[in-house]
Design a protein. Structure first.
Length: 907
């Protein structure tokens, strides 16, 4: 104002300054914040006081029910429940009707996941060098995932760009009161509270998660909305929230107005263009005039297949678009009277009158069937960097609406765009005022409203960032088997990924994330050095790692009878006659069956792991084996040794004084078979005293030569010994509070032996109480014997990467699948170099996920020949080690991802 005074004085030196000129400069311009509906927030009652001083409202944050790849019957059931929720939960009121609003928008705030991981991480992991490094990796990855123009074009599934984001669905319930209404704030708040509670209960019963939002949630929502390109933070809205955080609900200054805190720069309007400018970005409203046909269930936000692609309509909306939907819970008698007036006024024989009368009659019949009519107003609020781009965005929205049989009001015919933009804001739509002035809402049947609601969506998991994926819409999909809230029974897991499905990268990524969040003790059993590079990477970033590989020269001992000395606590008769019932899968704690475990190992040695030979073992043979193990322990003790070796069992088995001639011959035959494990490579592995392994964060055990053809029995015995070693450790450290994870890769190789499944059951069923979890990964289930059914039934978590139909059939051998689950498994896809999809199956969850790991996870999992050659070339060129080479490969992957965004921008 002072500048204008000085300017006037300098340019009009011959004209005296008049009082009228001064008064003009002091005239207050219309305030944008006066148009906003929120006056203050009552934190005690979780209620917003609205602009008239009497109206009240509530805000909710909504997580839609996941319907991707679900059957039509499943979605129809949701629609019917939603219709009942709308018609039966919110009471009708003739004086001050309630309004229910829904908003849906995509917020490019996926980077907040980094802070979520930091807060979620266990204290033993939170401040470690590795976790800090991992958070930096994730932050950079999430920046790329959410970069402008997306991370990649998804030509396989959606046919559009894929970009990390959070699809936010919010709901408002509020009412305005007439001017002459005598309000009673406490009474009105109590009524709102009762309705709110019923509404939340109904939605949760449908599978829609609802959480009450407060002043902070509204503030952060609207601050992003009205300040989309903040200068002070160079356009970064997340940084703006840090610079101008919510002031809180208590100790506010006199005259505090919530609405006044939401605009940091002055908005302006252009009536000719019908736009509002926030941070100099034009915004406008596109109103939906009518439904051109009965809407499909979830028309706005549910995935639907169109041609070759599957996507949600909202996926195609221009960036920054907000859908606003306002439903007036108008009393039925008012609607009935309105229909009666239509029928009475529809006189004459002309076609228009006949159609109006017929439609009114149909509506009355529907009302009689409880298919209520409510006034509904739907608008789409668009924004862009400039007017040209805004016109393009409006054209895209119009096209999407028309193709989905929704009739928008054309831009040229809509003279109220600015006004309707404001009235589309949360808690601003006043049905009485709008109907009186603009008549924008349309009567819609409650069944159709239920189809329009933006609560059909994609799964987002449990919001616990242990394992971190995305869904097809770019939203983080988070689950955590190690969090007891996410599991019903246990955290044991099966990971299935056919060749080319990205299993190795998914496993490496899972280990990196679990270590960062929980810092468990991890044992990785593999074949093929898939995790060796990961181990070296972990060492570089502060973890302790012990890597071993079975080779002819390796100094590794895996004695299978280390627990035999514990048998001497009981008499021989008590031990060998003890029941070894293997039929129970009960997770309850019980005495460990040491003798049963060692008997299984001995049986593998005797039969070579051949099922036919094992089936030929009689109970008398088993008795001989058990006695031999017990007597071997006695002999070792008498000799002053602390461990029983395989040769001790062989020697004891040859002591046949108490057997007849036939049984003696059989015992010697079994001893001869076991003796093969006492010499050569086998003797080095299984006939030497075991030694303690170093206490480290991660142990990586490569089966090496044992994974070769012809070594199946040795592999089985070695695996039994490994499990025994892990169990001894977790049993010893069970009060430490640190979880243990045993991850076995290439499980289809190891579990071919039918004898192994009972052994795993004996060990693993005790691990829940000890905080230890068994994860097994495999390329397929075809090689799993039917005897594995009981073992697989113990594993609550099944993580199934994209797989063909025959592999889905293999899953059904071991696990009962619903139609919805089978449909999801068959719907999963892979796009090489971009993503792999899969389905998580637990007792509580079955989300379809999309794995898009950080570049370093991909680089560390590269085991193909050409990938190894690329690392070798880098090492030779730069003189670096192979971890540094992998990090250089990761940089190349990130560069390629950045280039996509630039190419998309140019296009």
């Amino acid at each position: 104002m002072l500048n204008s005074l000085f300017e006037r004085k300098s340019t009009t030196t011959h004209t005296p300054l008049r009082k009228e000129d001064v008064r003009k400069d002091y005239i207050e311009q219309p305030s944008f914040t006066n148009l906003l509906p929120w006056r203050e927030y009552d934190s005690e009652n979780q209620v917003f006081l609205l602009e008239d001083g009497k109206g009240i409202g509530a805000l909710f944050e909504v997580e839609p029910v996941g319907v991707e790849a679900k059957t039509d019957d499943y979605i129809l059931e949701i629609q019917e429940k939603l219709q009942a929720t709308i018609t039966e939960t919110i009471p009708e009121d003739n004086v001050a009707p309630w309004t229910l609003q829904f908003f849906v928008q995509d917020e490019l705030s996926v980077r907040t996941l980094t802070d979520q991981i930091r807060e979620y991480a266990h204290p033993r992991a939170k401040d470690t060098p590795y976790t800090k490094h991992f958070l930096d990796v994730m932050d950079e990855h999430l920046r790329q995932v959410g970069q402008p123009n997306g991370l990649f074009n998804d030509e396989v599934v959606t046919g559009g760009r894929w970009q990390g984001k959070r699809r936010k669905v919010r709901m408002c319930l509020y009412r305005y009161f007439p001017e002459n209404y005598k309000s009673d704030y406490d009474r009105d708040v109590r009524e709102l509270g009762r309705i709110r509670k019923r509404l939340i209960t109904q939605f949760i019963g449908i599978g829609v998660k609802v959480r009450i939002g407060g002043g902070k949630e509204l503030y952060e929502w609207m601050l992003r909305w009205f300040n989309p390109n903040p200068v002070i933070t160079k356009g970064d809205c997340e940084e703006l929230l840090k610079a101008a955080p919510y002031p809180g609900d208590e100790n506010l200054p006199y005259g505090y107005d919530l609405a006044e805190q939401l605009t940091l720069t002055r908005p302006r309007s252009d009536a000719d263009k019908g736009v509002w400018y926030f941070d100099e970005m034009p915004h406008t409203a596109i109103s939906v005039q009518a439904l051109r046909r009965v809407p499909e269930n979830g028309v706005f936000t549910a995935e639907r297949t169109s041609g070759e692609h599957t996507f949600a309509m909202f996926d195609r909306m221009p960036e920054g678009t907000v859908m606003s939907m306002s439903i007036e819970i108008k009393p039925r008698d008012q609607v009935t009277n309105h229909l009666g007036r239509i029928m009475r006024s529809a006189v004459g024989d002309n076609a228009e009158a006949e159609i109006a009368k017929q439609e009114a009659k149909i509506a009355q019949h529907e009302l009689a069937k409880n298919n209520t009519l409510y006034p509904v107003y739907i608008s789409f609020l668009a924004r862009a960097d400039n007017l040209q781009k805004l016109d393009d965005a409006v054209s895209i929205i119009d096209s999407l609406l028309l193709s989905n049989r929704l009739q928008p009001i054309s831009e040229k015919e809509d003279l109220l765009k600015q006004d309707m933009y404001i009235r589309s804001l949360p808690m601003k739509f006043d049905s009485l005022m709008v109907q009186k002035k603009q008549r924008r809402s349309r009567l819609v049947f409650s069944r159709h409203i239920a189809s329009l609601l933006p609560v059909y969506g994609r799964s987002k998991g449990t919001n616990h960032p242990g394992l971190m994926y995305f869904n097809r819409g770019g939203e983080p999909l988070l689950v955590d088997p190690l969090n007891n809230q996410d599991r019903k029974k246990n955290a044991h897991a099966l990971i299935i990924g056919p060749t080319g499905a990205g299993k190795s990268a998914s496993l490496v990524d899972a280990v990196m994330k679990v270590v960062a969040v929980h810092r468990p003790r991890i044992f990785i059993v593999e074949a093929g050095d898939s995790f060796g590079l990961l181990g070296e990477y972990m060492v570089k970033h502060g973890l302790t790692v012990n890597q071993m590989s079975v080779t002819p020269s390796a100094d590794i001992s895996l004695p299978p009878f280390t627990n035999a000395m514990k048998l001497l606590e009981l008499s021989e008769e008590e031990v060998i006659t003890k029941d070894d019932d293997e039929s129970t899968l009960d997770d309850e704690e019980e005495d460990r069956d040491y003798l049963g475990e060692m008997e299984l190992a001995a049986r593998v040695m005797i039969t070579g792991g051949e099922k036919k030979e094992d089936d030929m073992l009689h109970r008398a043979d088993r008795l001989v084996i058990r006695k031999a193990i017990y007597r071997a322990a006695q002999s070792a003790k008498d000799a002053g040794r602390s461990q029983v070796l395989t040769e001790d069992v062989v020697s004891a088995m040859r002591q046949t004084e108490d057997l007849d001639q036939n049984r003696t011959a059989r015992a010697i035959e079994m001893a001869d078979a076991m003796e093969l494990y006492c010499t050569g490579v086998e003797g080095k592995l299984f006939n030497r005293a075991g030694t303690e392994w170093p206490e480290v964060d991660i142990t990586i055990f490569d089966m090496g030569i044992l994974a070769r053809e012809g070594y199946e029995d040795k592999l089985t015995v070695a695996y039994m010994s490994l499990m025994n070693h892990v169990h001894a450790l977790v049993e010893r450290e069970q009060h430490e509070g640190r979880p243990t994870l045993m991850l076995t890769d290439e499980g289809h190789i190891i579990t071919k032996n039918a004898t192994l499944a009972p052994y795993i059951i004996k060990i693993v069923k005790m691990w829940r109480k000890l905080g230890a979890w068994f994860w097994i990964a495999t390329q397929n289930l075809e090689d799993f014997p039917d005897d594995s059914r009981r073992m697989l039934a113990m594993l609550e978590w099944w993580i199934c990467l994209v797989m063909p139909r025959d592999e889905v059939t293999q899953i059904s051998r071991f696990k009962d699948l619903t139609k919805e689950q089978e449909s999801k498994l068959l719907a999963a896809r892979k796009s090489p170099g971009q993503y792999t999809e899969g389905v998580i199956l637990t007792d509580n969850l079955d989300p379809l996920f999309r794995a898009i790991p950080p570049a370093i996870s991909l680089a560390l999992a590269m085991t193909e020949q050409h990938e190894k050659a690329e690392r070798r070339e880098i090492m030779e060129e730069t003189g670096c080690d192979r971890v540094d080479a992998a990090e250089i490969v990761a940089e190349r992957i990130k560069k390629a991802r950045r280039e996509h965004s630039l190419e998309a921008a140019d296009a």
